[in-house]
Design a binder for this molecule. Sequence first.
Ligand code: GLU
Length: 322
Amino acid sequence: MRRGRFAPTPSGRLHIGNARTALLAWLQMRSAGGAFILRMEDIDKPRSRPGLAEAVIEDLRWLGIDWDEGPDVGGVFGPYVQSRREQRYEEAIVRLMSEGRLYPCYCSRAELAAIASAPHGLSSEGPAYPGTCRHRTARELADRAAVKSPSLRFAMPDRPLHFVDALMGTQYFSAGAGGDFVVKRADGIYGYQLAVVIDDAAMEITDVLRGSDLLDSTPRQLSLYEALGLPAPSFAHVPLLFGPDGQRLAKRDDVINVAGMRAAGVRPEAIIGWLAYWSGLLDRPEPAKASELIPEFEPANVSMEPVVVTEEALRKLVGGSR
Ligand code: GLU
């Protein structure tokens, strides 16, 4: 059976961009008769605020999106909350370390910031890490270890990589795509790339559909799957929604929060209708229940154009649907 998931980071209220990704991932599974899993990615505790996980759950349910396994409903692959799965990440670290796939990195923030001439890493991160600590002598490492605890980096394989995105087609990446990345920070926090791979594999996820901001994370994740001898899921990336100012939607913007819209009296069907329209699933932004979209859903019909949520559209959505 196919298994898909939505894996939000509870660092803010659910906005309509997150809601759209959730809707498409949910439709992909529901239209294929697959299972849908909700997982809270609260591994970066300083960024995750208490109560937000519950709020995200409430917003998704209100929109008509449901799941077969998740933090609130349980399931055989639980717990479905990353902060309760750290043991598993540590086991993977120990294994990767013993196989020589990780190395300690002692670079300071200032040293990292000075890597201005390096080729670009992930769009979310700036310059790629040039592997400074990978090439340090044992002596240098010992000197640094005496004064600082290291982060652990995964050494990316030194060869180009490609994969077939289920929606965007074949994606090519140059050798070491994005540079060697941190799997465990010096303060003990496990990296997103590691946690997401361990969890998707453990939860037997077959289909990952997510926002295209994570497209450049995929070669990292594929390299981890390979290093750990785990089967990788199929990946599909969808374009992001942009705000009227052309910027990516931000979680703190109340106007585009699902909860803010609900408080303003907007109906869930109105939001789903617009999300479906922006995604190329409806010809007009007319109200629709999420479940009504299942029979007609074809992943190939999802529009691959970036969507700009205009002021006028927001006015119609918030003002016109009460
Ligand atoms: N937790 C990630 C986020 O909210 C998504 C992880 C994923 O879908 O792979 O951006």
